[in-house]
Design a binder for this molecule. Structure first.
Ligand SMILES: [Zn+2]
Length: 652
């Protein structure tokens, strides 16, 4: 067996497939064949491998925390109590749905839309997002202040098109969804025929919300979805419901909120007005039980897995309980979990090496902006200003989130989940009117992920992702620039892509592009749209070039600037390692990061909702546009891995 941590490992290649035909397969074929998707996952790739190692470590830390004797309020005590309650399957089975009984009783007693409204408010408070979504983020016009974002939502299927598409597969999925709702209501004690009937009515109700919802593509459009509304005038959207006092009761203390899709709320008003109260009660019961299914007795959790995991995700079996609990803990008490992880797994050396790379990448981005022939000087000046405002966070927060006031008990998993959701809701609403906490992390530090925040103009790389094969604390530069370097570059270019370029250096929504530059950028982006539209995922399914545009631009740009940063970093020349030049190792490392097997179901789901392209195309798509790749591997033209000059995309 090959060493899983070895940076470039020829035994994981497929030497039968030429680099010039399919580089993804060439670099990963051995790995792909040897690593089918494990039955408890919807997909398996480098990110899951890293995640799996992180989880194994956290498992030990959690078990230790349960056994430790720490005072109330201590980090390990809270994690230990949360974990112990969540792992106590016999207590969970014995409690049944009694932790939800207070809500269920109130739902049964509801006789008017006014009653439903109060319940919706209280369900949001404990994390059940009925009817709509709700969040607090920096204000899109003033990123030093917070703003409440009230949005479309309230649907149990992943995206609005699942409700509206006419093909057979979509119709079958809706049938499966109705059956799933019916079974969950059956688990609550409903008779079979009644639960089937209720489920059908719930689907019809959610379909009305879906029809009024924007598509995933539209939701990426900041011009469309950033709309400030006076709270005082919200009753214009929902007069009978009383949206104004409703958001105030939710905790909104500011004079304005953002409404992504006003049409959705007027449609919701109409639907609430002419839907029988019985259906609204069933809808609330369904979402309550769906929100907490993983903390309820096995019948609920298995049913939720059957639909969301198996049918939608193609997972064969559930992941072990401790892993599912870890996911919930990450959501509920993420920065407590992260503290344990960082203490055990973070190296100062890794942090320093990463920070050095970010500095090189920012400087390469600056050069790319200065060299972009298509950009007018006016826009260039703004772009450089934006770049100089960039900040980054590497590893973990300087200061950990304060959880005092949150009570976690060893008694009830559901109650812990509700308390955590309520604590977070109150924390978010409690900060309205305060200055944005720029030091805060939007993601716990043990996560295998990263982000660019357009309003804070920062890139964030948690300790959890700074692991092989994304990052090797002691590998050569070529490997690190091709892997985490290009990923960091990807995040940096998000500041300048179709969405990021709508926000300026201080994160305000302000178009700083001249019309001519915007048109030229769009023209160049359109080349990528057409390239990715052409990629076939299944007989009846292609990549959506428009939905994935921002990520495809970021991949192409990230690779370009990371490659240039590498060339600068190794200016004095570097010998080949294991027969591969630094340039080759750079591109091989990129391919390694994206090696991934998917279940068919999950691949379909992602193509519908994920703004990232499937991993084969994340590798081959950008590389086919890069002459540096073609020359590194001596790829002849024309070939599948080199697009001809006329259709080659180039932005940065
Ligand atoms: Zn991205």
């Amino acid at each position: 067996m090959s060493d899983p941590l070895r940076a470039i490992d020829v035994s994981l290649f497929d030497l039968e497939t030429a680099a010039s035909d399919d580089f993804y397969r060439h670099a990963n074929g051995g790995w792909l064949d040897a690593n089918p998707v494990p039955s408890e996952y919807p997909a398996w790739g480098a990110f899951q491998e890293v995640n799996d190692r992180n989880e194994t470590l956290l498992h030990e830390l959690f078990e230790d925390a349960v056994a430790a004797d720490e005072p109330a309020g201590a980090v390990r005590r809270m994690v230990g109590d949360y974990y112990a309650a969540a792992m106590d399957e016999s207590a969970i089975a014995a409690a049944g749905v009694s932790p939800l009984e207070a809500f269920l009783e109130r739902i049964r007693a509801a006789t008017s839309v006014a009653d439903i409204r109060v319940l919706a408010r209280d369900l949001h408070h404990v994390g059940a997002s009925v009817f709509h979504s709700l969040g607090v983020s920096p204000d899109f016009e003033d990123s030093s202040a917070y703003l409440v974002y009230v949005g479309q939502g309230g649907q149990g299927l992943p995206e609005r098109d699942y409700y509206t598409r006419a093909d057979d597969r979509s119709a079958q999925l809706r049938d499966a969804y109705v059956l799933h709702i019916a079974r969950q209501l059956g688990n609550l004690g409903d008779a079979e025929s009644a639960s089937r009937d209720a489920a059908g009515r719930i689907l019809a109700f959610e379909t009305r919300l879906a029809v009024a919802s924007y598509t995933a593509e539209q939701m990426r459009d900041v011009q469309l979805t950033m709309n400030r509304h006076d709270v005082a005038s919200l009753d214009e959207l929902m007069p009978a419901f009383g949206l104004r006092s409703y958001v105030v009761e939710l905790g909104v203390t500011l004079p304005t909120v953002n409404i992504d899709n006003a049409g959705f709320f007027t449609a919701l008003e109409t639907a609430l007005g002419d839907t029988p109260i019985e259906t609204l009660r069933d809808y609330l019961r369904w979402h309550l039980v769906s929100t907490y299914a993983n903390a309820l007795p096995p019948a609920f959790e298995e049913e939720a897995f059957d639909f969301y995991g198996r049918t939608l995700g193609g997972q064969q079996q559930m992941r072990p309980r401790w892993k599912r609990v870890l996911d919930a803990a990450t959501q509920d008490i993420g920065e407590l979990v992260a503290q344990l992880y960082v203490e055990a797994a973070f190296s100062e050396q890794a942090k320093m090496r990463c920070e050095e790379m970010v500095d090189h990448l920012l400087s390469a981005m600056g050069k790319a902006i200065r060299d972009a022939e298509w950009m007018t000087d006016q826009t260039r000046t703004e772009a450089l200003k934006k770049l100089s405002g960039f900040t980054y966070k590497i590893g973990f927060p300087d200061e950990w989130r304060d959880y005092s006031g949150l009570s976690v008990v060893r008694v009830s998993y559901v109650e812990n989940r509700m308390r955590c959701a309520a604590f977070e809701h109150d924390r978010q609403m409690g900060r309205l009117g305060q200055r944005v906490d720029a030091a805060e992390w939007a993601m716990p530090a043990h996560m295998v992920n990263a982000y660019y925040h357009p309003l804070l103009n920062e890139v964030v790389f948690p300790a959890g992702i700074l692991q092989p094969p994304l990052f090797y604390a002691d590998a050569d530069d070529a490997v690190n620039y091709g892997a985490i370097g290009a990923v960091i570059g990807h995040e940096i270019t998000h500041g300048f892509d179709d969405r990021g370029s709508r926000f300026d250096a201080v994160g305000a929504l302000r178009d700083w592009w001249t019309e001519a530059d915007r048109a030229e950028f769009d023209r160049r982006a359109q080349v990528l749209v057409e390239q990715f539209d052409g990629y076939e995922v299944a007989d009846d399914l292609h990549v959506n070039g428009r939905l994935t545009l921002g990520e495809n631009i970021a991949d192409l740009g990230g690779l370009t600037i990371a490659f240039n940063a590498l060339i600068e970093a190794i200016a004095d020349g570097t010998e080949p390692i294991d027969g591969f030049t630094p340039e080759q190792r750079f591109f091989l490392a990129w391919a390694t990061v994206w090696r991934m097997n998917y279940t068919d179901e999950y691949r379909r789901l992602l193509v519908n909702i994920d703004p990232h392209s499937p991993s084969r195309f994340r590798v081959n798509g950008p590389l086919a546009n890069l002459s540096a790749f073609a020359s590194a591997f001596g790829v002849p033209e024309p070939s599948p891995m080199v697009r001809d000059e006329k259709t080659r995309a180039q932005i940065w």
